[in-house]
Design a protein around this ligand. Sequence first.
Ligand SMILES: NC(=O)c1ccc[n+]([C@@H]2O[C@H](COP(=O)([O-])OP(=O)(O)OC[C@H]3O[C@@H](n4cnc5c(N)ncnc54)[C@H](OP(=O)(O)O)[C@@H]3O)[C@@H](O)[C@H]2O)c1
Length: 267
Amino acid sequence: MNSFKDKVIIVTGASEGIGRALAIALAPLGCQLVISARNQQRLASLASELTILGLPPLVCAADLAQQSQCKNLIETCIARFGRLDILINNAGMTMWSRFDELTDLSVLSQIMQVNYLAPAYLSHAAIPHLKQTQGQIVAVASITGMTGVPARSGYAASKHAVIGFFDSLRIELSDDNVAVTVICPDFVVTQTHKRALDSQGLPLGTTPMQESKIMTADRCAQLMLPAIAQRKRLLITSFRGRIGRFLKIIAPGLIDKITRNAIASGR
Ligand SMILES: NC(=O)c1ccc[n+]([C@@H]2O[C@H](COP(=O)([O-])OP(=O)(O)OC[C@H]3O[C@@H](n4cnc5c(N)ncnc54)[C@H](OP(=O)(O)O)[C@@H]3O)[C@@H](O)[C@H]2O)c1
């Protein structure tokens, strides 16, 4: 894991869940973290934890649904450290509603803004700096970016967009030796399920997941670290996700059935 030593790393969505677990896993490895999210209180509490584990992080609160705040996050990092090695696009949000029951269609644009456009805007501002360091962009997508998922149509669309975008960027940036790593987690125990927007665009408030049966955020972070260190192109965190990619080509109806069951059972 020495490959993270002295690297300047931005983690978006660091106040909760996978981003928080990833920051905690990275901190002891000698890197300089820049942590971002909207909730300043949670960022401050994470900053105290990280300072015990490693270097004090730079805290940069930002609402990434605002294009100007995406640019500002990168500029703040460069102003402070003069470089950027790894941009981890992790912040995200989801939904939990059949599309034909959705009464607030702004759910679709909100999700697209945070999950797809923000990583694109952040990457645009970061690329000149990443070319200088021959750095890396990490996109936390989802296995929902690889197949259709009921109750999550707008989320699936945003994660398909993320994968298509970053797969394209990888080719464009290969001559500059800037790596692009796409991470596709399966279900993880985090706040995202409670915060999922329902048919009226309001947070669900309770999780539909069987939390004891799905991966923890710490475990997800532990799987992500070597994939990032090795500058892998893709990490899929579950066996069903890995096998599902190939099954989808030969038996797409079976994948639809597996996905329907996963959502119905919350695991
Ligand atoms: N959990 C899963 O089952 C799962 C599975 C596959 C993929 N993923 C992906 O993993 C990533 C992390 O999700 P998670 O499960 O850890 O979710 P989470 O616990 O809800 O955390 C989401 C993070 O994103 C931040 N965020 C949300 N909207 C934002 C905005 N407008 N501006 C800035 N930050 C924002 C949140 O911070 P603030 O609220 O403080 O802004 C929070 O730190 C997401 O991209 C998600 O789609 C999750």
